[in-house]
Design a protein around this ligand. Structure first.
Ligand SMILES: [Zn+2]
Length: 445
């Protein structure tokens, strides 16, 4: 114990065994002991007593579009990681598209890492991309440390990241399964999207009708069938359609290796409340009706949905026009995700322990980051200090991401992040940031 440098003390520490008063000892950035609340502070160690604020493991957000390099006017590593840190997130995994180049070869991965290296306020990992023409690059990317591969089954929104047809999906998935990798999928079926009523203009109802639930349900069914046939590991990104839940539950019960995420906006915003022309609410798949949302919460509670991630996908404000057909699709929610989910979770009778499981432990598990996702001996000393009962009203001026557009403007949320800690260092407190201390992470072999 002699080398303990820091002790964090709280009356409410969220551990895998539950919430309790405890003192967490930290040495060289690692949790070395979870001690009784009134344990003696070792000589030479600094005590940080956060009182009744909750000490929880830093969140792990495995779905973030940083867009850097190439579309840095949309977002960048500096701004995205500051927004994440301010929201209690200590690890993010960057999506392979919307940056230029996309992360689809080892060279491109290197380019991204070079850009991110000195801008990361939190730890950053990378997904690779699976395109129709890069099957030959997948194994090398896997060995270079990406956490898995993202594919689209319908157009992605950017020309340089084409989607996979069913045969191409089979080919990529077979290759990924051959080295034990993970395929993460934007699951909307292009034929169902084409068959939906065409739309343009500011009416949200028209946009919603253009991205029907059966487009998701069909694509997910196809993905599950492929995963089962190849005994491959797949992950459904940003699930919105509750109609897909029974087939996901059945696949899991059957032993198919499928996991599922949903996002704060599907859990906290509803189609009924989206004003016409308000394209800050546009994302694909779309925010659906409140009855659909109710079922997503049920599925989180029963484990059909594994985890919650932001899918933070910003653009410049001028691309958020009032025409839902042409406006950029993507919600900016990085800094607000913990508060948004906690506010709604609490209203529905869930505890902070549940939120931690969905947004930290399970997401760390998804990408195999065994040093993240829990307050436990041997893990990184990554924490968020939260005042769960304090409320705030969302003011875009207080957000750290590059373009201060958000669907949450004016909402009153519970849960104020007082400080965020990365490997035992306080990286932000009350809006004051240290210099970047994040590391670039690679998949644990
Ligand atoms: Zn996304």
């Amino acid at each position: 114990m002699s080398d303990v440098e820091l002790v964090l003390r709280s009356t409410r520490v969220i551990t895998p065994e539950g919430t309790r008063a405890a003192s967490v000892a930290v040495s060289a950035g690692t949790i070395t002991a979870v001690l009784p609340y009134d344990a003696e502070v070792p000589a030479g160690a600094r005590l940080e007593d956060v009182g009744d604020h909750v000490l929880l493991p830093g969140l792990v957000d495995t779905h973030v579009h940083v867009n850097d390099p190439g579309r840095t006017e949309w977002e960048g590593f500096w701004t995205a990681t500051r927004a994440a840190a301010a929201g209690g997130i200590t690890t993010l995994v960057d999506m392979p598209l919307n940056s230029l180049p996309p992360t689809t070869t080892v060279d491109h991965l290197r380019t991204k890492k070079d850009v991110a290296a000195d801008k990361a306020h939190i730890d950053v990992g990378f997904w690779g991309g699976a395109l129709p023409d890069n099957v030959k690059d997948l194994r090398a990317l896997h060995e270079a440390g990406v956490f898995g591969f993202k594919a689209f089954l319908s157009p992605s929104g950017v020309d340089e990241f084409p989607h996979l047809g069913q045969d191409q999906l089979a080919q990529s998935l077979a290759e990924i399964a051959s080295f034990g990798g993970l395929l993460i999928v934007h699951a909307e079926d292009p034929h169902h999207l084409d068959a939906a009523p065409p739309h343009s203009g500011p009416k949200y109802a028209d946009f919603l009708a253009s991205r029907p639930r059966d487009a998701e349900d069909t694509a997910i069914a196809q993905l599950i069938a492929q995963a089962k046939r190849l005994d491959a590991r797949v992950h459904v990104l940003h699930l919105s359609s509750s109609d897909a839940l029974p087939l996901i539950a059945a696949a899991k019960a059957e032993g198919v290796r499928v996991t599922v995420e949903t996002c704060p906006h599907y859990l906290t915003l509803t189609a009924e409340e989206v004003p016409d022309g308000a394209s800050e609410f546009k994302c694909c798949p779309p925010i659906r009706e409140s009855a659909n949302q109710y079922l997503l919460w049920q599925a989180l509670a029963d484990g059909t949905i594994d985890c919650v991630v932001t899918d933070h996908s910003p653009s410049t404000a001028d691309l958020k026009t009032d025409d839902f057909a042409t406006a950029w699709g993507g919600i900016s929610g990085l800094q607000l995700s913990l508060a948004a989910v906690w506010t709604e979770a609490r209203r529905r009778g869930h505890g902070l322990e549940d939120v931690v499981r969905w947004m930290s432990t399970r997401t760390a598990d998804l990408v195999g980051l065994r040093q993240k996702g829990a307050i436990e001996v041997g893990r990184d000393a990554d924490f968020a200090v939260l005042a769960p009962d304090e409320t705030f009203t969302v003011d875009p001026a207080a957000l750290q991401h590059r373009n201060r557009v958000t669907a949450y403007t004016g909402k009153t949320l519970s849960g104020v992040v007082k400080s965020t800690w990365l490997r035992g260092e306080r990286i932000v407190a009350d809006g004051e940031f240290t210099t970047p201390k994040g590391r670039l992470l690679t998949r644990t072999p």
